[in-house]
Design a protein around this ligand. Structure first.
Ligand code: 3PG
Length: 207
């Protein structure tokens, strides 16, 4: 898939995926697509993460492929070179914001306070991640932020479950939620791609 203009409007639930074993990357991506979630945020938290992005970009071109846990400018460049089509960060520093903007890709800087949201808006962006969503105030917090800052739109992530996701998705300032529940470690270890497709289908139906 070519790089999206907006990350928030791709899918109702953005799968946040950690890949430890490179051989699981492509089957996970295919299982998500098969279940009806053609998007993935592959976190740069393991030694094989960039190789996983390369593999998915080559083998599953129909998926919107994002790199997550981008916390340094160098990671932003490396993710783009590997084939990422969008970028997600849990936070936002001035140098990281500049580096992500320089890639020309859509990206979600991370925010968890009103001042951080205002900083991102000042930089000319209206789409951002809200992290860690449940620990930082959850859906009631975002509902409160919509009062003074209605132009800010969020992908809340962190501690969200299939049960709590609808509470976020009902808010006017939420485009999608992120979550790692689509790829339970035991399902990945068992190479149970059908279970991942089923979880993806259930999540897609929340939209
Ligand atoms: C993230 O990086 O967005 C979070 O680690 C995902 O949070 P979760 O595992 O609680 O869904």
């Amino acid at each position: 898939m070519s790089a999206p203009d907006s990350v928030l409007d791709l899918v109702p639930v953005l799968p946040v995926v950690l890949v430890d074993d490179l051989t699981t990357a492509v089957p996970i991506a295919r299982a998500l697509v098969d279940g009806g979630l053609p998007a993935i945020e592959l976190t740069l938290r393991t030694p094989v993460a960039l190789d996983a992005i390369r593999a998915i970009a080559a083998e599953v071109p129909e998926i919107a492929l994002g790199a997550g846990t981008v916390v340094t400018p160098a990671q932003a460049s490396a993710a783009v070179a590997a084939g990422a089509g969008f970028l997600v960060s849990p936070g936002c520093t001035p140098s990281l914001l500049a580096a992500m903007r320089d890639t020309g890709l859509a990206f979600l800087p991370g925010t968890s306070t009103v001042s951080e949201v205002m900083g991102v808006l000042e930089a000319g962006l209206t789409e951002m991640k809200f992290f860690p969503a449940e620990a930082a105030g959850g859906a009631p917090y975002l509902r409160s932020v919509a009062g003074p800052l209605p132009q800010a739109r969020f992908c809340p992530t962190g501690g969200i479950t299939p049960t709590s996701a609808p509470r976020y998705l009902a808010l006017p300032n939420v485009g999608c939620v992120g979550g790692s529940w689509l790829t339970p470690p035991d399902a990945v270890a068992a190479r149970d791609w059908e279970r991942i497709s089923k979880l993806a289908a259930e999540a897609a139906a929340l939209g």
